[in-house]
Design a protein around this ligand. Structure first.
Ligand SMILES: [Zn+2]
Length: 299
């Protein structure tokens, strides 16, 4: 009988889920959840990695949250984070224009020595550089694990920084990073430069500082100052302002009010970087806080 035969044999050795310890399970989780940003995306609140949280559309948040070691609960939705960061990188690379000429010029300078070309490697042609850039853009567009190496080369690290929105308790995330133009060079060029330069070669080239919003701005914050300008300088009514800014009449009214509040407060940037728990925000109590309070209060 089949069932009898089965009991004759020792069960095959294998990992049982209840035997997997915490360390193993975190390794397994890393492997499954590994995403292009998993090693290069850090939080400036704790200088720790961002961690994917939840399944499906899960967001990124500070990895210290789970251990109750961080106050910063702001998160960003995963797909939006990937699209926004990837999009900003691609857009910037595409609009470099004269920056590419300067890049090639700088390569020539570094590879040449007193007018005598000593390195065996010659600078890439404009066409070679453009082909390489197209490759990078294709990779970054996928934003899957295959682009991790390119991303790392391009940005080093990406910092997620919490900001508090003017006039609200709302905390949002922005990312900050340097886009290193060195990364656009073909591999052979980078190798030749590494052999000739002291220190990291990205320091020999321009980097572009990037600050990217990981949130959607509503009409007020987005259009406040411009709506106010249209009202005061061009004497437009809410309907006309809405038409000009591509928002509804109601949104235009809100935007004007927002603009007035901003001007009264002397605010030009709507977002203020947060380095500690915002005082006014009750929702910023650390996870577990409420439970701890209840336990304290109960006899
Ligand atoms: Zn943190």
């Amino acid at each position: 009988m089949a069932s009898h035969a089965a009991t004759d044999r020792e069960p095959e050795e294998g990992p049982y889920f209840d035997e997997i310890d915490e360390k193993q399970s975190s390794i397994i989780e890393e492997a499954y959840l590994r995403r292009p940003l998993s090693e290069i995306f850090v939080r400036n609140c704790c200088e720790q990695k961002m961690r994917r949280d939840g399944s499906g559309n899960g967001g990124y948040r500070c990895s210290q949250i789970r251990q109750h070691r961080c106050w910063n609960k702001a998160s960003s939705e995963q797909q939006m984070t990937h699209d926004t960061i990837g999009g900003a990188i691609i857009q910037t690379i595409r609009s470099l224009g004269k920056g590419l000429d300067r890049l090639l010029q700088r390569v020539s300078e570094l590879l040449e020595d007193h007018g005598r070309r000593q390195a065996r490697q010659s600078p890439p042609t404009r066409k070679e550089l453009e082909d390489r850039i197209e490759q990078i853009i294709e990779q970054v567009r996928t934003m899957d694990r295959t682009c991790r190496q390119e991303l790392e080369l391009l940005v080093g690290q990406i910092q997620a920084v919490p900001y508090q929105q003017f006039g609200t308790n709302q905390v949002v995330l922005r990312v900050r990073f340097q886009l290193r133009l060195m990364a656009l060079l073909p591999f052979q060029t980078r190798a030749a430069l590494a052999a000739r330069c002291d220190g990291p070669i990205e320091e020999q080239f321009e980097s572009i500082p990037m600050l990217v919003d990981l949130f959607y701005r509503s009409a007020g914050p987005k259009h406040g100052l411009e709506a106010l300008r249209l009202k005061e300088e061009e004497h437009l009514g809410p309907t006309a302002i809405g038409r000009r800014l591509g928002i509804t009449k109601r949104q235009a009214n809100i935007a004007v009010q927002y603009g007035k509040a901003m001007r009264a407060a002397g605010v030009t940037d709507l977002y203020v970087e947060l380095t500690e728990t915002p005082a006014a925000a009750s929702r910023w109590r650390p996870p577990g806080y409420r439970k701890a309070q209840q336990n304290k209060e109960s006899p």
